[in-house]
Design a binder for this molecule. Structure first.
Ligand SMILES: *Cc1c(COP(=O)(O)O)cnc(C)c1O
Length: 403
């Protein structure tokens, strides 16, 4: 997408604006699929929570992907987008048995991540097959805030509790169709990831009714120059071979599953904002934009880096800026960034704004959430309208107390 086109979108739909390139999503999906082409049964379940717009989900449905969901509401969204229930897997953490029962009622695959619920579920519904989320206790990447497979993580059932799981399965007679792990968001090191998969293979070998092994996600994409990214081809080659060997030993073809979010949508997204104010202080030059942590919280939430470009003046002289939002709270998007000279009214683009950006947006400061646009073959589609004051007031109940 050219800068001129992006700027024209901010005129047409106003600013701030999320823009997603469907072709990038499609090419990421196909890249992952190709890397595992030697596996007979492959299922890529898109992690809905990364970017949950229904039109994006429909793209994945057209690609014949499955869906990974973490709430019963995401399950409902998936069904509305046209997914068949059996193509949706429900992988919640710490939810009630009632919510799991709702998902079961909708006919989707269930992934259970604690022994307490496993036992209750198995006693009530021994004939409804489930998947078990294991915690292999492998630290993937260095950021504990986004890594969920380490020893003190709340996710999954500890690998050390496998005997207990088996006791529950035998006592209830329940069916285990899948085993799952999701080690966190950054696979820097393929061999470390493969070590975790060995642990899961060992678990998988102990369940005779197994139909699939779900290796979760953790595929890393570059956010800035020089970032390490997961080498999908290398991972595909090594893990496919190991998986095919496992199936031979197991005696049956199983389905290999993944559930990436970031890998599929991060790079497809850009967040476009307008510069309201350029403010020179004693220590820096601030560029204040018409957005804030209400629309893109990742930099403040877990120190994520989002590359920022001035697309109104791409060839301008580079200067140092601190880019901040308009929220009454510290909402710094980037400190001391080298950006082409900024004037008021310029459009800045935040890169990698596909994953965990809009889906984490809020109405803080009673601001509207922005519009979302999807672009495919140079045509733009509005896929979510900008909010209005009605959306802010919607569901509020104005009570007048007699004081
Ligand atoms: C969030 C999540 C994912 C997606 O992780 P990414 O880092 O975006 O690829 C996959 N599986 C589960 C269970 C998740 O909670």
């Amino acid at each position: 997408m050219t800068n001129e086109f992006l700027i024209s979108l901010t005129k047409k739909y106003e600013s701030p604006l999320y823009v997603y390139d469907a072709e990038v999503i499609i090419s990421q999906y196909n890249k992952l699929k190709a890397a595992f082409s030697s596996v007979k049964q492959l299922k890529i379940n898109y992690a809905t929570k990364a970017l949950s717009n229904i039109s994006i989900l429909k793209v994945f449905n057209s690609l014949e992907a499955g869906l990974d969901t973490v709430s019963v509401q995401e399950v409902q969204l998936g069904l509305k987008a046209g997914f068949e229930p059996h193509d949706i897997i429900f992988t919640p953490n710490g939810v009630s048995l009632e919510e799991i029962e709702q998902a079961m009622g909708l006919g989707v695959q269930i992934n259970i991540d604690n022994i307490d619920i496993l036992e209750q579920f198995g006693q009530k519904y021994p004939d409804f097959p489930v998947c078990i989320r294991m915690n292999p206790h492998v630290m993937a990447g260095g950021n504990k805030k986004i890594s969920v497979g380490h020893i003190d993580s709340k996710f999954g059932i500890s690998i050390h509790q496998l005997p207990h799981i088996h006791r529950v399965v035998e006592n209830t007679g329940m069916l285990i169709h899948g085993v799952h792990m999701h080690t966190g968001s950054d696979i820097y090191d393929i061999d470390a990831f493969l070590r975790a998969t060995e642990i899961l293979f060992n678990v998988a070998a102990t369940f005779k009714d197994l139909e699939y092994i779900d290796f979760g996600s953790g595929f890393k994409v570059p956010y800035k120059e020089g970032d390490i990214q997961t080498d999908i081809e290398e991972l595909g080659e090594k893990l496919s071979k190991r998986f095919n060997d496992f199936c031979k030993d197991f005696g049956r073809d199983l389905t290999l599953m993944f559930e990436p979010g970031k890998f599929l949508v991060s790079e497809a997204g850009q967040f476009l904002v307008n510069v309201n104010v350029v403010k020179q202080t004693t220590s820096t030059v601030f560029a204040s934009v018409d957005s804030g942590l209400n629309h893109l919280i990742r930099p403040m939430f877990y120190d994520s880096y989002h590359h920022i470009e001035n697309i109104s003046n791409p060839r301008g002289k580079k200067r140092f800026y601190t880019v901040v939002g308009y929220i009454c709270e510290t909402d710094t998007f980037g400190t001391n960034r080298q950006i082409s000279e900024i004037k008021e009214g310029d459009v800045l683009s935040f890169k990698n704004a596909g994953a965990y950006c809009y889906s984490m947006a809020s109405n803080y400061n009673s601001r509207y959430r922005p519009a979302e646009v999807m672009v495919y073959k140079e045509k733009d589609y509005l896929i979510r309208e900008r909010e209005t004051i009605e959306d802010i007031l919607n569901k509020q109940v104005a009570v007048n107390l007699e004081l």
